[in-house]
Design a protein around this ligand. Structure first.
Ligand SMILES: [Zn+2]
Length: 128
């Protein structure tokens, strides 16, 4: 479906998904083309609803060049999360991570107790 748009012919590059969405001409120096190739149409809509495309460009450009791609992907994934649950997206992720952390702490505690038991059984000073 996106075969002709994802080919790398520079001179006849298809408009990026953002320019398609905005219905504007996509110039070769389009700031959004890097993050929204033609096959990422749905991400454009989510990001536009989440931070707005102008806000997206502003946030990404505020970052140091080496952090821009990472920032863009972070904003896109945040927008994806928000699309799933507009109200609780970030809170759900945080809650999930807290639950995982608690489970891992309990597992670590159990392993330490088991290790302590094994050490006490092997210790030459242990007497019954
Ligand atoms: Zn564009």
């Amino acid at each position: 479906m996106a075969d002709e748009s994802s080919s790398s012919s520079r001179d006849s590059r298809a408009a990026c998904a953002a320019c398609n969405y905005l219905r504007v001409r996509c110039n070769f120096d389009c700031p959004l083309a890097r993050y929204f190739p033609a096959n990422r149409a749905s991400e454009v809509v989510w990001v536009d609803r989440h931070v707005g495309l102008a806000g997206f460009v502003e946030l990404v450009n505020r970052m140091r060049p080496e952090l821009r791609d990472q920032t863009a992907e972070s904003l896109i994934s945040k927008a994806k999360g928000r699309r799933r649950d507009a109200v609780h997206a970030a809170a759900d992720i945080a809650q999930h991570l807290l639950a995982k952390t608690e489970a891992t702490k309990k597992e670590l505690q159990s392993v330490r107790q088991h290790l302590a038991l094994l050490r006490s059984q092997q210790s030459p000073t242990s007497s019954v």
